[in-house]
Design a protein around this ligand. Structure first.
Ligand code: HEC
Length: 171
């Protein structure tokens, strides 16, 4: 009787255990996944260009025909705090924490190293010019960062913070 019971339990439990081995990837099988077989963009791959004359949901960042945009965000402490956070996340790896162009990643950009943001030339740039650089990047040299900072106000906060770095550097 007991022998029979053990046999029946074994017959039931063994497939369960084998199933669990696959469920928890103890035995790993590369199952065919149909989700992967489709036209899609991998992370960091270039997305499709925006359709002509389309406007992002946050509104147009600026309208090219109207020239360089004017900074609508006053450089108050709230803007500077946010600007510092965005700068540290999106710019510092190349331009350095103090903006001198010596971020950790700059050593790998030998052909076009990141410029100092606190030198004379960059101090002379208008707010709008820095804003456009962040939005559009510098083709072949600096990536555009409008996807990291998708809302225009985030980029103006960064502009205000870059101005603060320039003031601190030129004291
Ligand atoms: C992947 C590295 C990288 C990142 C990240 C990066 N930059 Fe740059 N940036 C560069 C390089 C390289 C140049 C120099 C391009 C050249 O040689 O003209 C540059 C140039 C600039 C210039 C000067 C443009 C001009 O017309 O002189 C400004 C302003 C600037 N960056 C601001 C920023 C800000 C603000 C951020 C963050 C939102 C940022 N960059 C993030 C690499 C980077």
């Amino acid at each position: 009787m007991i022998k029979k019971l053990i046999l029946v339990m074994g017959a039931l439990v063994t497939p369960l255990i084998i199933g669990l081995l696959f469920t928890y990837d103890v035995i790993k099988i590369d199952w065919v996944s149909l989700m992967e077989i489709q036209a899609s963009y991998r992370p960091m791959e270039d997305p499709l260009p925006l359709p002509a004359r389309s406007v992002p949901i946050q509104g147009a960042a600026y309208i090219p025909e109207l020239g360089v945009p004017v900074n609508p965000v006053p450089p108050e402490s709230n803007s500077l705090t946010k600007g510092k956070r965005h700068y540290d996340n999106s710019c510092a790896l190349c331009h350095g924490n103090t903006g001198e162009g010596n971020g950790g990643f700059s050593a790998f950009l030998r052909k076009f190293p990141p410029v100092s943001l606190v030198d004379e030339d960059r101090t002379a740039l208008s707010d709008g010019a820095i804003f456009v650089t962040i939005t559009e990047g510098v083709p072949g040299k600096m990536p555009h960062l409008r996807e990291n900072l998708p809302i225009a106000e985030m980029r103006w906060d960064v502009v205000n913070y870059v101005r603060l770095l320039q003031q601190q550097a030129n004291k």
